[in-house]
Design a protein around this ligand. Structure first.
Ligand SMILES: *[C@@H]1O[C@H](CO)[C@@H](O)[C@H](O)[C@H]1NC(C)=O
Ligand SMILES: *[C@@H]1O[C@H](CO)[C@@H](O)[C@H](O)[C@H]1NC(C)=O
Ligand SMILES: *[C@@H]1O[C@H](CO)[C@@H](O)[C@H](O)[C@H]1NC(C)=O
Ligand SMILES: *[C@@H]1O[C@H](CO)[C@@H](O)[C@H](O)[C@H]1NC(C)=O
Length: 294
């Protein structure tokens, strides 16, 4: 096998190990303030775990085919001049840096959740207010296979900070009292009833509350409590996704009526599966090389 053959084989090898295809996420900041997206991977690492996004700025990331994880945005961040630590008022990941490096968002924070190429090779995605809310965020799929899954826009385009119920409201004292986030009832009260834990740890026993109802009414396609799957989980095949912070709230909100029973969960099984299939394609590639086809 000549050198050119070896290197083209290696390129194909890398391609196969990488999963063969990837998805793009485009991040757009339409807030009139800078946000710092944070990214937490449950499967397949990304090239960044946090970055800044100025007003009107956008950034495209290539996402591995079997990625799963969470995306959120930090607000009101500053690097402390004395300590050098990077700290955000909302959505902080406590890494003291712009990169979150494996740390998740401290609630309350609006979350985008993805499991790419999960069950039935579908991408599962949702916007969740289960850990509270800090800014408007939507996910809009592009280019997904027609009539496969429930491939619709989702999210929470409404600004809920000002209208958040008093018991849930998070404020800062800067230029007067400003509402910066809205806690979930679970975080505010910590009871099994609101947290869907203990005796309330099943879809039958954990019901919507007046607090989850506040979120659901404002944002019908977002998760308002842990078992809100029916109206809050979306699926596409082969799509790319645009994640917008502070989308124009006049934008038409999508509604969901379709019951999707599959919960979005971090799917270790699916990543094993795609690894196994990469390996079998690899075996075929290796045997081609062996047979001199390369
Ligand atoms: C951002 O927009 C809000 C609402 O329109 C406004 O109250 C606020 O002053 C604006 N902030 C900046 C920095 O422009
Ligand atoms: C974002 O804004 C800051 C402050 O205005 C500026 O220094 C920086 O260059 C901007 N970044 C980009 C990528 O435009
Ligand atoms: C920076 O950190 C120091 C030490 O923790 C603290 O006293 C100070 O208030 C911080 N400064 C700002 C601007 O947050
Ligand atoms: C989801 O999207 C499909 C295809 O665009 C559309 O026909 C359907 O009405 C949407 N469903 C909901 C509940 O918005």
């Amino acid at each position: 096998m000549g050198l050119a053959k070896v290197s083209s084989f290696l390129i194909v090898l890398l391609f196969l190990i990488n999963g063969g295809s990837s998805t793009t996420f485009t991040f757009i900041n339409q807030c009139n303030y800078t946000v710092w997206p944070g990214l937490l991977s449950a499967a397949a690492p990304l090239t960044t775990t946090g970055f800044s996004l100025n007003t009107s700025e956008s950034r495209v990331l290539s996402i591995p085919a079997a990625w799963s994880g969470r995306i959120w945005a930090r607000t009101l961040c500053n690097q402390n001049a004395t300590t050098g630590k990077f700290i955000c008022v909302t959505g902080d990941c406590a890494s003291s840096k712009i990169e979150c490096s494996g740390a998740g968002a401290i609630p309350p924070a609006t979350l985008a959740e993805f499991t790419l190429n999960g069950a039935n090779n579908l991408d599962f995605y949702d916007v969740s207010l289960v850990d509270g809310y800090n800014l408007p965020m939507t996910i809009v799929p592009h280019g997904g296979a027609i009539e496969v899954g429930n491939c619709n826009a989702t999210g929470c385009a409404a600004d809920l900070n000002g209208i958040c119920p008093e018991q849930l409201k998070v404020t800062v004292e800067a230029a007067g009292t400003t509402a910066v986030a809205c806690k979930s009832a679970c975080e505010a009260f910590g009871t099994p009833e609101y947290c869907c834990s203990g005796a309330f740890g099943t879809p039958d026993t954990c019901k919507p509350s007046e607090y989850s109802g506040f979120f659901k009414k404002a944002c019908p396609t977002a998760y308002s409590y842990a078992y809100d799957d029916g109206t809050s989980t979306f699926t596409c095949s082969g799509a790319d996704y645009v994640i917008t912070f502070c989308p124009p709230s006049s934008a038409k909100k999508s509604e969901s009526s379709f019951q999707q029973p599959e919960a979005v969960s971090v799917s270790a099984a699916s990543s094993r599966l795609s690894f196994a299939s990469s390996m079998s394609v690899l075996a075929v590639a290796v045997s081609w090389v062996g047979s001199g086809l390369w």
